[in-house]
Design a binder for this molecule. Structure first.
Ligand code: HEC
Length: 590
């Protein structure tokens, strides 16, 4: 079937610029120093620096001797601060002058209440699970209460049982995530959740025993982070109310004035293109000039309204593809900054795409509400593939593999579908890690109710204790696997594209998106842990990287040309770039 290219108007608006902040020229570091923790320990402290008036923050970590080394920075007055979970933020102001190396030593004092700083994983590991009832309620909380925000936001305050019931009822009315119909289970468990949460976080409930995760070391400490603030409106000084940079303030939520940056992708020149899913409706997508920090917004109109955008990806020719936020497919040539939009026929999933991916054969796949569409840019034709099991199941992520097969996740059915365009056949793979014990986390009454509600089938519901909630999958474009982040199942599944054999890798945190780099390493963003993790498929070991600010991310992308990893922060209107450096490179800067 053929769809015509719609007429399209593209407008460009400038969003204001920041002070230039390049700095690759100087051969040595402009800022070095030490950090130590009052209770002992020196490694893995995150040290951040921001020039006055700039929208760029640079961060590095201390090594085993407590030393940190910044890359060359432009001259001027700076705010500098050091952080570690469990400690107060230590702050300093200093001037960086050209040709002179500034030094700053920090000592961090312990903080009384560490709860605002804790990550999702630290909360979950502290929640008791000795009895079956504790395991069941913990799983009900995890699968119902941590898909829109992390547990840190939900649990940072204490309420009595009535207070918790009011919070749960407030959450029953949250409609933030459209297709995810979880409100039925939240309402069903309202009283049990209120009692459970009051027992954990009531006015007088005993403190939970938290075990902090290890601070970064080795590879995870040999990185430089560059964070770009995307301005909220015309002025570059107008930022999100909370930018996540002070860990002790807790985890920012989206309602606190944010642009809701959904996805980010670096282009071949090293600049980054981001999507705007909600927030101020003054642009469709934006570009960050990574040398200056300048942000430019681009407008794509849909009649009178300005389109949103959601997922974004770059193909092997450097062309960027995106979806217009539940809308048509967009094509962007970043060199010429020209846009084209392609609308799928209405009978192919309602003419809308939610997530997109490219394959080495030059085809683009986009998820629709009941399957996925394949677009052939050469012939301008679309082909639709339907999920084998009909349900109104929310199709979440899509990917297309090295051989051109299409893949998508049926979020509310815990299923992954493969479509083979050579044969037209589709295949289903259930997400069910071997360690999941349904009987252990449910009662007979639960199971009876789930049956009646069509859980995992027609009911569009998987917010149940054994639910996995597979989100945005990724494919190894050079190998024979696709990877699936089972968001509340705390694992990433590897599927062989030929045999459909599945292997599950547990991960500390809630993985949201998976992408695979040119060496077949698997990268995922841990949504409510403010971390990214890399799985080396040869050693099967994870490396965890702590992000310098509290960032709930829905996407991650790798820049295979530069070795960088990019993460967008929805709630804080920030974009983070992580650049690896070797011990020798750090030594050479000193
Ligand atoms: C559909 C998405 C969604 C789900 C599911 C959800 N929340 Fe929320 N929750 C939100 C949003 C959005 C906010 C932020 C509201 C704001 O900032 O004003 C929020 C805020 C909160 C707050 C802070 C509210 C306040 O008074 O400041 C608590 C506590 C909370 N959630 C607990 C929970 C619990 C417990 C559950 C599970 C029963 C849950 N949430 C499930 C979206 C959700």
């Amino acid at each position: 079937m053929i769809a015509r290219r719609p007429a399209l108007a593209v407008f460009v608006i400038a969003l204001g610029t920041s002070a230039a902040f390049t700095g690759a020229q100087a051969p040595t570091s402009s800022l070095t120093g030490t950090a130590k923790l009052a209770g002992g320990g020196v490694e893995g402290v995150v040290v951040s620096a921001r020039a006055a008036g700039s929208n760029i923050t640079t961060s590095v970590l201390t090594d085993g001797r407590g030393e940190y080394v910044f890359p060359p920075l432009d001259g001027g007055p700076y705010d500098v601060w050091a952080q570690a979970t469990g400690y107060q933020t230590a702050r300093a102001s200093l001037a960086i002058e050209g040709g002179r190396q500034a030094h700053q030593a920090f000592t961090l004092n312990a903080i009384d209440d560490i709860t605002p700083q804790l990550s999702a994983s630290e909360w979950f590991s502290a929640m008791p699970e000795e009895t079956k009832e504790q395991r069941r309620m913990k799983a009900i909380f995890r699968t119902n209460c941590t898909a829109c925000h992390g547990p840190t936001h939900a649990l940072q305050n204490r309420f009595d049982e009535n207070g918790w019931r009011a919070e749960v009822m407030f959450m029953e009315r949250m409609t933030g995530t459209g297709g995810i119909n979880r409100h039925t289970t939240v309402a069903h468990y309202r009283d049990e959740l209120a009692r459970y949460l009051a027992s954990l976080r009531g006015p007088a409930s005993p403190p939970l025993k938290f075990t902090l995760q290890p601070r970064p070391s080795g590879d995870a400490a040999h990185v430089v982070f560059t964070e770009y603030d995307v301005p909220l409106a015309g002025s570059r000084l107008e930022r999100a109310w909370l930018d996540g940079s002070d860990w002790s303030i807790g985890w920012p939520t989206a309602s606190l004035g944010a642009r809701w940056i959904h996805d980010i992708v670096p282009d071949n020149d090293g600049n980054a293109w981001g999507t705007r899913d909600r927030g101020p409706a003054d642009m469709s997508l934006f570009k960050i000039d990574t040398k200056t920090g300048d942000v430019t917004g681009y407008i794509i109109r849909d009649g009178k309204t300005i389109r949103r955008s959601h997922s974004i990806t770059k193909d092997s020719n450097g062309i960027i593809w995106f979806d217009g936020g539940n809308g048509p497919l967009g094509r962007l040539d970043p060199r010429t900054e020209t846009f084209e939009m392609f609308t799928p026929p209405l009978n192919m999933g309602g003419g809308q795409l939610t997530t997109v991916d490219w394959n080495p054969q030059g085809k683009i796949w986009g998820a629709t509400n009941r399957g996925a569409n394949r677009f052939d840019p050469e012939t301008n034709t679309w082909t639709h593939y339907e999920s084998p099991t009909w349900s109104n199941n929310f199709v979440y992520g899509t990917a297309t593999d090295a051989e051109g097969n299409g893949w998508w996740t049926q979020y509310t059915a815990d299923k992954v579908v493969k479509a083979d365009p050579k044969t037209g056949k589709t295949y289903e793979v259930a997400m069910r890690p071997p360690w999941v014990n349904v009987d252990d986390v449910t009662t007979a009454a639960d199971r009876e109710w789930y049956q009646a509600m069509g859980v995992m089938t027609w009911g569009n519901l998987n917010t149940v204790p054994y639910g996995q909630q597979p989100r945005r999958m990724g494919a190894d474009k050079r190998g024979e696997y696709v990877w699936v982040p089972n968001n509340v199942g705390n694992n990433v599944a590897r599927i062989n594209i030929h045999s459909l054999e599945v292997k599950y890798y547990r991960v500390d945190g809630n993985p949201y998106f998976v992408t695979v780099d040119k060496d077949s390493n698997v990268w995922t963003n841990l949504f409510s842990d403010a971390k990214v993790a890399r799985l080396n498929p040869r050693t099967e070991q994870w490396t965890y990287y702590t992000l310098p600010s509290r960032c709930e991310s829905r996407n991650i992308s790798v820049d295979d040309l530069r070795g960088d990893v990019w993460v967008p922060c929805a709630n804080t209107s920030r974009v983070i770039r992580m650049h690896p450096r070797t011990a020798a490179e750090i030594e050479a800067l000193k």
